[in-house]
Design a protein. Structure first.
Lengths: 303, 261
């Protein structure tokens, strides 16, 4: 099966600092692949190497089954990039942003107009075509950045935190558009630290921390493997409960105000605990990717 | 050195981007080069000329107004080109992240910077052309030699744009541009044979002024505007070309170092 991205022992160092520490992964055609990780995990450094913005310090990078050295020009024609910052051109209108960007790809004038109209419609921006960038809401800006990244009709779409800072409505709208693109067969590489986003969009993903890949897999499999189907949350945990759990050899995570139990072997544990310690605020909820993420990358702040 | 750079004709796309923006704001962009010479002509022609008698410049008598009018052109070229690749390019690079967006396309950093430099020279050329048309109305430009002013503006524009971009590659923040402006641009503005002949300076200062690209641009433009071509102008022409050919690769290398990490 042809791979769209294949990365082998990719490294990125800045002086003595290692941002990406020898990672390997493969992305298949028509797949949505996620790079997850806390701030500073090396996600952005990784994808900057993948679209030729910054040269890799070491390792091999294959795009569209081709080993990439310095011959970026043709490859870049096939990649669309949605960078993290809103780097739309504030000196131009919505429509001119797209038309100008199309020129960077040497698109013909008529071709650029056609695809611009189509993208404006797809992202529900056609009524604002002449609006100045400065007047746009965060959600509209993001949609325009996304539209811009599709101007060259790429075979690979690279998204660096596409919904960071958006309100829930805008976020869902972006997700819907991305799902449509995915269903149409577009290969997508996505970084995010919204676990909901990753579970919803990604077929497979890796969780990174400090420049390394911790795990790779399908979201549901990772949840099943690391957390189980359900999670019990108790807040606040009483000393009595704590000693009960310890005495019965049950694994739990104590967060001070809150206590989390993963991987319960016994499906009846929740009922048992509510019966034994009925006065506690004890909830049973489905396990999420966020549980996996926090479990693997720890809970300390990354600043 | 140029062999290490990756440049195709695609830099034109960057130039086009700047030109599109300029077209939207041309009404404002056109005003300074049209009005500025009028202010200067009024100030120097009416105010100062009565104090300054005609004097000898390169062996010929000259009145003050024909002496200074070409210098104003040279200064306009310098300012337009230098400010475009310093402040304006810095804003696009640092605040608007326009270069980042461009680098996610098949454009290379060298093409982005080349497009910026050629655009700055174009802008300087447009300003010079507008100004030239105004001072021509006062009979201050000799034709047909005056037709050479546009290519000279392009060359001078390239030289000042390239050195501006060198500073953009170096400054840590936008305030730091004050330094090259205070130490480089302002002394050039005053001591390049612009407002008084270089002979009025002590010999050492005359030699020092030979380093300034504005000295040579002023000499060239003045010779064309006065219709007094001479062989020694080739030296000034060569100097400006050499200045550009040195600063342009420096700008490319500096910006690659700054942006590609």
């Amino acid at each position: 099966m042809p791979s769209i991205i294949a990365v082998k022992n990719l490294r990125k160092t800045f002086g003595t600092f290692t941002a990406v520490d020898g990672i390997s992964f493969t992305v298949q055609k028509a797949e949505c692949f996620g790079l997850l990780g806390p701030n500073g995990a090396g996600k952005t450094s990784t994808i900057r190497m993948l679209y030729g913005y910054s040269p890799a310090s070491d390792g091999e990078l294959y795009l569209f089954d081709q080993l990439i050295n310095n011959d970026w020009r043709t490859v870049k024609n096939r990649i669309g990039v949605c960078q993290q910052e809103d780097n739309l051109d504030p000196d131009l209108s919505i429509r001119d942003n797209l038309l100008t960007y199309a020129r960077y790809f040497n698109l013909s004038k008529s071709g650029a107009r056609q695809i611009t109209d189509r993208l404006l419609k797809f992202f529900a921006l056609e009524n604002r075509a002449k609006t100045n960038i400065r007047e746009l809401s965060g959600g509209m800006k993001r949609r325009l950045v996304l539209a811009r990244s599709l101007i060259n009709q790429p075979d690979l779409l690279i998204l660096d935190e596409p919904t960071t800072g958006l309100d829930p409505q805008s976020r869902h709208q972006v997700w819907e558009r991305l799902e449509e693109l995915k269903n149409a067969g577009l290969t997508i590489l996505l970084t995010t630290h919204y676990m909901e986003e990753a579970s919803r969009l990604c077929d497979r993903l890796v969780i990174m921390n400090q420049g390394r890949i911790l795990v790779e897999g399908r979201p549901q499999e990772l949840i099943q493997h690391y957390v189980g189907r359900e999670v019990i949350e108790i807040s606040p945990p009483s000393p009595k409960l704590l000693s009960y759990l310890k005495n019965h050899g049950l694994r739990f995570e104590n967060l001070g105000q809150r206590l989390v139990i993963h991987n319960q072997a016994d499906a009846g544990l929740f009922t048992l605990l509510t019966e034994l310690f009925g006065d506690l605020r004890c909830t049973l909820r489905p396990a999420t990717l966020e549980d996996v993420f926090l479990h693997l990358t720890g809970r300390e702040l990354r600043e | 050195m140029m062999r290490d750079f990756s440049i195709s004709s695609r830099w034109v796309r960057v130039w086009q981007r700047n030109f599109s923006v300029y077209r939207h704001t041309w009404k404002i962009s056109f005003l300074p080069p049209l009005l500025e010479p009028l202010f200067y002509l009024a100030a120097f022609g009416i105010g100062l000329s009565s104090l300054v008698n005609s004097f000898s410049y390169r062996g010929q008598e000259i009145a003050y107004l024909p002496f200074i009018a070409p210098a104003l052109l040279a200064i306009t070229i310098m300012y337009n080109a230098f400010f475009e690749t310093s402040y304006a390019s810095f804003v696009r690079m640092y605040y608007q992240k326009t270069f980042d967006a461009m680098l996610a396309t098949p454009l290379t950093i060298e093409e982005v910077i080349t497009g910026e430099i050629v655009w700055a020279a174009t802008k300087a050329g447009i300003a010079a052309l507008l100004m030239q048309s105004v001072i021509s109305l006062w009979g201050l430009v000799h034709y047909p030699e005056g037709l050479l002013l546009l290519p000279l503006a392009a060359l001078g524009g390239l030289a000042f744009a390239a050195i501006g971009m060198v500073f953009t590659a170096l400054v840590p923040n936008i305030e730091t541009f004050n330094l090259p402006i205070f130490l480089f641009i302002t002394p050039m503005f005053l001591f390049s044979g612009t407002f008084f002949p270089l002979q009025n300076l002590p010999t050492w200062a005359q030699w020092l002024a030979q380093i300034f690209p504005l000295t040579h641009l002023t000499i060239l433009i003045r010779a064309c505007a006065l219709g007094r071509p001479e062989l020694s102008l080739l030296w000034s022409l060569a100097y400006l070309m050499a200045f550009f050919l040195l600063t342009y690769p420096l700008a490319l290398r500096g910006m690659r170092k700054r942006l590609i990490k």
